[in-house]
Design a protein around this ligand. Structure first.
Ligand code: AMP
Ligand code: GLY
Length: 422
């Protein structure tokens, strides 16, 4: 008899996790809260939101689940993992104290400093005048970040001092990002290629996943505003074995050790966003969960039984476990609502998905809903169309061919996902 697993979340990342868990021999049933219309193919969805901590606890109790996998950062920062562990559940996802690594960029930067983890030089400010003085002193380009959670949109890479000052004023006045912007981190601008380096962590054991690369900018050629991510592929050729080793030894191990020194035992995914500078890999940010959309190509490439791996992590038995991967590359193109990351219309009918899948892609759902039996868009990032092929170039070709079948005039996607690896 396999396990009953509860996945918390309802985006593309959680769809990929449910899809892979359903495929795991160790798992007999997948439940997802709240899920979405696409996840319904792979899991039993229950309409409880990710911020409803008591509701999720009750669900875990009613269903007597064997493992809870927490997808998004918000419930982790709210302490869902702590509440579930206290009630005796096995949980994949870090406690609230560890989730501060993502929930507070100022905490994260200070811990990096303490641990000697390479990152851009920075200052934390709450006062507009002091922040402006720093911007004039350092000059542009310069990076301004809301310290709290902002769904990947709270970072401004300013090309001029004026742009940086405007960002600081917007954030500190509370107009942009509300309380998340009450404190800003101002950073030196790093140059290089970016990569996502993810690890499954359980106490002292740190197991790397395949490297991947996200495309955070809205427009082709990596232009336009930052988004939660417009596409991703794995593995990322820029992360050579040497780079992967450096990221493990100079970034992942020291930060987990620094948390441990504070009495924090980390169980979950550690996501290091790194810039590969001429001076070695430097940390842009830590996340405490799988990346979205990186998770979609990663799950498509994973050969191991995901349920077994996540349970082993939750039970502190990860030591000695190695992950196996399919050969080739996976590539995911995100289809967003026209207008995202700003305002966009909802409720537009989306068709053609069967034909997209018949062309060899897997469609992971994110911001979709059902209205009168019709699939419609309900969020900014809506679909993650994913393909596995021999290499990035052929995956790219295949995914864009499959997307020809998408019937949604209001859908927008980048045409160059994977360009750095082709
Ligand atoms: P973060 O959420 O902190 O990863 O920032 C989002 C994006 O902003 C990153 O993926 C980078 O493209 C960019 N970024 C963040 N910090 C820096 C930095 N110090 N220098 C250059 N670009 C940065
Ligand atoms: N794709 C970026 C993130 O998940 O934070």
């Amino acid at each position: 008899m396999g396990m009953k697993v509860l996945v918390v979340g309802g985006g593309g990342r959680e769809h990929a996790l449910c899809w892979k868990l359903r495929d795991s021999a160790s798992v007999s049933e997948v439940i997802c809260a709240p899920g979405n219309p696409g996840i319904r193919r792979d899991a039993r969805c229950i309409a409880i939101g990710v911020e409803d901590i008591q509701g999720l606890l009750q669900l875990a109790q009613q269903e007597q689940v064997d493992l809870v996998v927490i997808g998004p950062e918000v419930p982790l920062v709210l302490g869902l993992a702590d509440v579930l562990r206290k009630a005796g559940f096995k949980v994949f996802g870090p406690d609230q104290a560890a989730a501060e690594l993502e929930g507070s960029k100022s905490f994260s930067k200070m811990l990096m400093d303490e641990a000697g983890v390479p990152t851009a030089k920075f200052e934390v400010h709450t006062d507009v005048q002091k922040a402006e003085a720093l911007i004039h002193c350092w000059g542009a380009p310069i990076v301004v970040k809301a310290s709290g959670l902002a769904a990947g949109k709270g970072v401004i890479v300013a090309q001029s001092e004026d742009e940086a000052i405007e960002a600081v004023r917007d954030m500190l006045s509370g107009n942009a990002f509300g309380a998340a912007g009450a404190e800003v981190v101002i950073e030196a601008c790093l140059m290089g290629e970016e990569a996502s380096c993810l690890f499954i962590v359980s106490g002292d054991t740190i197991v790397p996943l395949l490297s991947s690369q996200d495309h955070k900018a809205l427009l082709d050629g990596d232009k336009g505003p930052n988004t939660g991510g417009m596409g991703a592929y794995a593995p990322a050729p820029c992360v050579t074995a040497t780079v992967a080793n450096e990221v493990m030894e100079t970034i992942a191990r020291p930060i987990i050790k620094a948390l441990k020194a504070r009495g924090i035992d980390y169980v979950g995914t550690l996501y290091a966003g790194v810039m590969l500078t001429s001076d070695g890999p430097k940390t842009l940010e830590f996340n405490v969960r799988f990346g979205d959309p990186e998770c979609q190509p990663l799950m498509s490439m994973l050969k191991s039984d995901l349920g077994e791996v996540l349970l082993a992590a939750a039970e502190h038995r990860l030591d000695g476990m190695e992950l196996s991967w399919h050969s080739g590359s996976a590539l995911c193109v995100v289809v967003a609502s026209q207008g995202y990351p700003q305002d966009f219309d909802k409720g537009q009918a989306i068709g053609g998905l069967d034909a997209v899948e018949a062309a060899g892609a897997v469609v992971f759902h994110a911001g979709t809903a059902e209205k009168d039996g019709v699939l419609v868009n309900s969020g900014g990032r809506v679909l993650g169309v994913t393909v596995v092929a021999d290499d990035v170039a052929s995956a790219q070709q295949k995914v864009y061919q499959a997307l020809q079948h998408l019937d949604w005039p209001g859908g927008y996607y980048r045409k160059d996902i994977g360009h750095r690896a082709v």
